[in-house]
Design a binder for this molecule. Sequence first.
Ligand SMILES: *[C@@H]1O[C@H](CO)[C@@H](O)[C@H](O)[C@H]1NC(C)=O
Ligand SMILES: *[C@@H]1O[C@H](CO)[C@@H](O)[C@H](O)[C@H]1NC(C)=O
Length: 505
Amino acid sequence: MGEKLRVRRSRRLRQTTLLLGCCLALYCLFFVFRTPVQAGPAATTKPWTLSPDLLRNLSLDVEQCNAAFPGLTKEIDDAVAQGPFTLKQTGDSGPLQGRIKDGQVRRNQMPPLSISNIGHADSQLQLSIIHAQRRADLSTEMINSRTAALHQLHRALITSPTYLPDTIFSLNFQDSPFGTSWTYSRPAADRSQSSSSPGTRNFLMPHFSFWSWPLPFVGSISRAASAITAIESSLPFGEKIPKAVWRGTSWFNSVHNPRLRQNLLKAVKEKSWDWADVEALKWEGGNASNAMGIEDFCRYKYVLHTEGIAYSGRFQFLQMCGSVTVTTPIVWLQHTTHLARPVFSSTLLKAGGGGGGRRGRQGAEAEAAGGGVVVGAHDGRKSGSGMAGKGKKGEGKTWTPSERVRKSWPREYAPEEANIVFVAPDWSDLEDTIGWLEDHPHVAEGIARRQRDMFVGGGYFSPAAEVCYWRALVRGWAEVVRTEGQGWESLEGVPFETFALSNGD
Ligand SMILES: *[C@@H]1O[C@H](CO)[C@@H](O)[C@H](O)[C@H]1NC(C)=O
Ligand SMILES: *[C@@H]1O[C@H](CO)[C@@H](O)[C@H](O)[C@H]1NC(C)=O
């Protein structure tokens, strides 16, 4: 398998080289003729210059990955900085454990991968599964998540332009962190609090939805990404529905904030103006009659994000919208959550409520720039049952981010830099916050634009970034994991190609 693959790689490489030559020639021609027209504002208005070809390229090397996606591997770097740890065998009831063998032992004696040695017989990649739960013991969702994760890893390995280190890994495909392993999320505050379980390491891996999420309204990141792009390219922020949108299951909550979703529904019920489109899903025999396609959330100016028992896999879908994501302070981090740049609602409300020059100026700007939709909503609310009364009530109610929140999110961003808004953990200032954003449409639009610019424009959810991340994960993990003396040597495991057929039966 490996050998054939590398032969194919080499053939493909030669073809690609030819193709690249042609592209280069064409590009030069194009460039020569277009330069005078293209130079100018186009280059400066777009903060990201990643081409679609680059974002699809699965074979970027480390330098190219780092240059294209700065900060992508922060989670891995931080975990590596915690230092070495020992990986024990968990047997067949814990996370999946397996081995990657990609020729590190021979790497020192071999030149780097190139066309001349790419088909070397000794350099076969082997991904094998040593411990795995039986298929019969897992739900369909769990099997899907495990299958997805292994294929994601395998895809990143076989497209790697360089050898990866040999290692033994532990992969937790369940929703909550479990022992030392690769995992979908970790508590934001707990990286340094290793006292509860000293020596435990959580290395975050990309979500299974980067492979596929077979729910009727989701699909996969790439399906959603094109659906969202279609919406975003035809619907400017100012024309989006000026409301906060949410659909979800009210009983699905986190231990850190057990009433999160009920509180959201309560905050919305007490509303004094029509600013929310928030509904608990109405389940009818495995089908929710009021569900929405994940891309349709982007039709609203404000999208509400709620975490569940752990992280919410929907987060990265909402982050693709050019809408303002409004959430209680994030408690669970996924592999790119650190790229969120929060401004706290307390900061916004203080800035707007103090009667300072800022509110006046931006208010005026809003009036001048606001289209019919904004002004209409704004007027309706003011003449409605009393933003004035609400505003007064709101003043005493500003929340102060707790120590836990500050520790999880040590840096707060100015409204002009932020790409997400954190409201009070009980949603009590949600209405005031949406009101403030409606009164400051330029700030709101900026936050919305920076979110989409970061995650879509910056390519952090692209196929290229995903495989860059997986390979960095393998490298980072291999650097600090210690496996000696745990009896791993005698275990061969089942080759991935075989495991993928039976899936643990
Ligand atoms: C992907 O990037 C690598 C490294 O720059 C390059 O050699 C290769 O041709 C690219 N592949 C495609 C399909 O563009
Ligand atoms: C779920 O509801 C939608 C919309 O009402 C309908 O089109 C679909 O067929 C339903 N699916 C199932 C499995 O009942």
